[in-house]
Design a protein around this ligand. Sequence first.
Ligand code: ATP
Ligand code: MG
Length: 420
Amino acid sequence: MAKSIQSVRGMNDLLPGRSDLWHTVESAIRSVVGSYGYQEIRTPLVEHTELFQRSIGEQTDIVEKEMYTFLDNNSDSLTLRPEATAACVRAGIEHGFLHNQTQRLWYLGPMFRHERPQKGRYRQFHQFGIEALGWSGPDIDAEILLVGTRLWRQLGLSGLTLEINTLGTSDARTRFREALRDYLGTRREEIDKDSQRRLQSNPLRILDSKDPGTREVLDTAPDLLDFIAGDARADFDTLQHLLTANGVEYRVNSRLVRGLDYYTGTVFEWTTGSFGAQSAICAGGRYDELVTQLGGRAMPAAGFACGLERLVDLYEHSGGCGASEPFDVWICILGDNAVSRGFSVAERLRDQGLRVMANCGGGGLRKQFRKADQSGACFAVVIGEDEIKSQTLTVKSLRTEEEQTRLSEEQLVEYIKRER
Ligand code: ATP
Ligand code: MG
């Protein structure tokens, strides 16, 4: 026998038994984002590498070590998308739909990051996200957080914590960056290698370090919120007021920064205590400078991205299950002569919007009945020699005590629609 081929490490199949679970979560997403007027956008899985270098930032984990980058046959450097915000903005600029307009967008699809695979962390994973382009105020920040909150509620999720912070104006960030650099400079030996390297180039990024030693040093670092004043402070207060007034629970965490360079004002993250280190379910914030960084006219923007594998796991963990609809009818087909009639009856029932399984591959009546019963179907319809001769069909209700009965095809359709 030839050696079997395995899937690529960290890239998983979604098997038939689990796809219902995903469908349930995905339909909740569609219904919630639709109820806020967000429209779907689908962008390619592959983009020019430069798009991510210019948006996510050169000195981020993603760009430094997690991207699947390759040269195509024309020697263009291409990258499998590690996230979708940059592509949404790229598409907006390219197609002109950001010009003097506001947009509420959402997307869902696979992303790729070369990370160490473990539970909740994969090399191909899926994100659902929303992006609101063209609004600068705390109102849209609040709306985005309401979208997430409503989705978690609709899915019946428990144990999610929301943390929010603001990165303030670029002035405030510059002053804070200096203070942080001075402080960390005095404790350089105690922080991890990546952080030491980022001390000069991008000290804010250090706040996002997962190294325990570095985290301890950060405990007594200067506080970002002490540097935020004026309008930025007022906006952050308004956001909090809107959240509280609409029943969103949150905690302010002044150490929260995001692992991507493009964030500017509000940032936030929902985490769960259920999955160890892979605790982030959904994260995002404001990225007012991204559109200009990517060559468009200045435009404020905010959004979030949510990890679907983690969301589906949490949904299951909270008692959720996939809602698969049982068949209305299972057609038992006895003998080769009955196949053609069996199929035409099945098609006729499907024309009426019914869910029908036609038995394929033969088998005796008893075996077919058992399969029909196990499938959860409401009715079994039997077609054999007798039924062909008499131009009738035998119908049996699998869920009630009712006697089986012989009907014509016309009567069958009526009967099933009535009794179902
Ligand atoms: P983490 O800190 O867990 O690495 P992140 O900050 O890199 O997360 P984002 O870039 O903000 O994550 O992506 C948004 C969400 O996408 C995360 O909150 C998480 O739920 C999910 N996610 C990110 N990377 C992965 C991955 N490799 N596998 C599965 N889900 C992921
Ligand atoms: Mg990461």
